[in-house]
Design a protein around this ligand. Structure first.
Ligand SMILES: C[S@@+](CC[C@H](N)C(=O)[O-])C[C@H]1O[C@@H](n2cnc3c(N)ncnc32)[C@H](O)[C@@H]1O
Length: 320
């Protein structure tokens, strides 16, 4: 497999970065290089099936590759709609409403959510004490985030810091139990090998009463849209071409934009495929409850809030 061999070549590259004051340090984590001799457990990497042990490295390579063009590509492929979803994600959480908060934004990438949290708290509650720790497995993405924050008033303040770590095992020394008021993860959890492990870590680091909040691509869950989609799926339907058009956009145009704008088709192919593999709303809500969180009922507006009929979705849970 081309991607797997690329991974093995990249495993030798150093990933450590050092930043300045206020813990802008990235703790280096070398990807696991060994494959077990016995039958390996497998998982999905987009539509491919790969040994669990190498998924992390494959995902890391995807984001190494897209990091410098990530923000541009997000705007190009979603026509800027990801900004609206992120705005609505953060404003639904109202950071700063009850006073300054200690937040952790996991799989935080280039800091889109962190910046919105700090801006929201400041603009709505004159809060300059809320803090966000941005955590990501990928040093290149964090480096872009750090560079971006340099242009903001938060740079070189205790309000923002960047940390290289795996969402599945943040590490109890650095990320202590019962520490954060708010845990956010946006468009990140579907890239992780074990969702239950991510949720378990989220539960561990949150204070009792703290909020887990996830923004992720999901399933269209709107009766009208569903009826429309069923109609499109009917082989005899005159409208099948519209459904095909949507698939064509996802599976052709996005990887094509990846090739043209970022010089990387494979990574964008993976990103599109991974969206289709993520569990639907009720299944993911149950996983959140299984990790110990309390959620609302299994309806839109309860355990989750759909964005654009479920194309993206906000799930929340409270640590009890
Ligand atoms: C699609 S980007 C989202 C970035 C940002 N949250 C946003 O909404 O723009 C996904 C991010 O998840 C990170 N990621 C993937 N697997 C991870 C893991 N196991 N632990 C921590 N971060 C991970 C990637 O490096 C990447 O930065």
């Amino acid at each position: 497999m081309q991607t797997v061999s690329r991974t093995i070549r990249r495993q030798c590259r150093p990933t450590s970065l050092q930043f300045s004051r206020y813990s802008h340090s990235l703790d280096s984590q070398q990807p696991k290089a060994t494959l077990p001799n016995s039958e390996p457990k497998t998982t999905s990497f987009g539509f491919k099936t790969v040994p669990e042990e190498i998924k992390e490295t494959l995902v890391k390579n995807v984001f190494d590759s897209v990091a410098s063009k990530y923000d541009l590509m997000n705007d190009a492929t979603s026509f800027g709609v990801h900004r609206l979803w992120k705005d609505s994600f953060v404003s639904s959480l109202r950071p700063g409403r009850k006073g300054p908060m200690k937040c952790i934004d996991v799989a935080g990438g280039t800091g889109d959510i962190a910046l919105r949290i700090l801006d929201y708290a400041r603009e709505n509650y004159y809060d300059r004490e809320t803090t966000v720790e941005v955590v990501d497995i990928n040093a290149q993405m964090l480096k872009e985030g750090y560079r971006r924050f340099k242009q903001t008033m938060y740079h070189n303040t205790p309000q923002i810091s960047f940390h290289e770590a795996n969402a599945q095992s943040l590490g109890p020394e650095k990320f202590k139990d019962n520490t954060y008021d708010l845990y956010t993860i946006a468009f990140g959890i579907r890239n992780c090998t074990s969702i239950p492990d991510v949720l378990k870590e989220a539960y561990r680091v949150l204070k009792p009463g703290g909020t887990f909040a996830c923004l992720e691509f999901s399933r269209v869950d709107n009766p009208l849209l569903n009826a429309f989609v069923s109609m499109l799926r009917a082989p005899s339907s005159q409208l099948t071409w519209v459904f095909r058009l949507y698939d064509q956009y996802s599976f052709t145009v996005i990887p094509l934009l990846g090739t043209v704008l970022a010089g990387d088709r494979e990574s964008y192919q993976y990103l599109v495929e991974s969206i289709r593999k993520f569990p639907p709303q009720p299944e993911f809500a149950q996983m959140i409850r299984d990790a110990g969180f309390s959620t609302g009922k299994d309806v839109d507006g309860g355990a989750w809030t759909n964005q654009w009929g479920g194309i993206a979705c906000i799930h929340t849970g409270v640590k009890v």
